[in-house]
Design a protein. Structure first.
Length: 211
């Protein structure tokens, strides 16, 4: 973890070296005041890294990552979001609310489904996406930390299957009912705890039957 913000680094160091409970609390409050926000987190992970890299080589996969980046960033921006970082074959972003995040995720999945029609199978891009909402720290608009980040990461990187969008129940509950976002209730295990979530249903019925 490389954090470029010097003040953030110094505050963390001060916290770790401070022995007084009251003083630690004050430093923690200072950190949250400067860097804290309540936001919607979206984490995307490309599927098949190990298999594709072994089969076709790292250059092949890196070219797919670049295409992923060029596809995802404008969709995030178009839904009012901000890209925090691309890291390997992952994307970390924040969006104004869970509705915007879910619509962005659906747009991303549709974009890749459309582009995959035009590419050879070995160049098809499939992603899984995790979404959560909560109190997080955003440092220099280059990195973010917090439970919502961890949960979105876990769902996007480890739990979600290719072409899947997972969102926590807490975030789903913030989406207006009239937005017509459909989700299938699921339970996911995050950090040894069962967590209520939803698998977003975004494909047409005939599309599902064709697969």
């Amino acid at each position: 973890m490389l954090i470029k913000d010097t003040q953030f680094q110094e505050l963390l160091l001060s916290f770790s070296q401070e022995t007084g409970i009251k003083e630690r609390k004050q430093i923690e409050e200072q950190i949250w005041k400067k860097y804290g926000t309540e936001n919607t987190v979206l984490v995307l992970d490309m599927s098949g890294f190990s298999l594709l890299t072994r089969k076709y080589g790292i250059v092949h996969y890196l070219s797919m990552i670049r295409r992923m980046q060029l596809t995802v960033e404008p969709i995030i921006s178009g839904h009012g979001g901000m890209l925090i970082k691309f890291e390997a074959d992952n994307c970390f972003a924040i969006l104004p609310n869970p509705l915007n995040a879910t619509r962005a995720a659906i747009s991303i999945q549709h974009a890749f489904a459309s582009s995959n029609i035009l590419t050879a199978d070995d160049l098809d891009i499939h992603v899984s996406i995790g979404i959560d909402y909560g109190k997080i720290l955003i440092v220099n608009n280059e990195d973010m930390f917090g439970d919502a980040v961890n949960r979105a990461c876990k769902m996007g990187e480890d739990i979600g299957d290719a072409d899947e969008i997972l969102i926590t129940k807490e975030a789903m509950d913030l989406i207006p009912k009239d937005a017509e976002i459909e989700g299938k209730p699921v339970q996911v295990n995050i950090g040894g705890m069962n967590t209520d979530a939803f698998q977003i249903i975004y494909k047409k019925e005939e599309d599902s039957e064709e697969k």
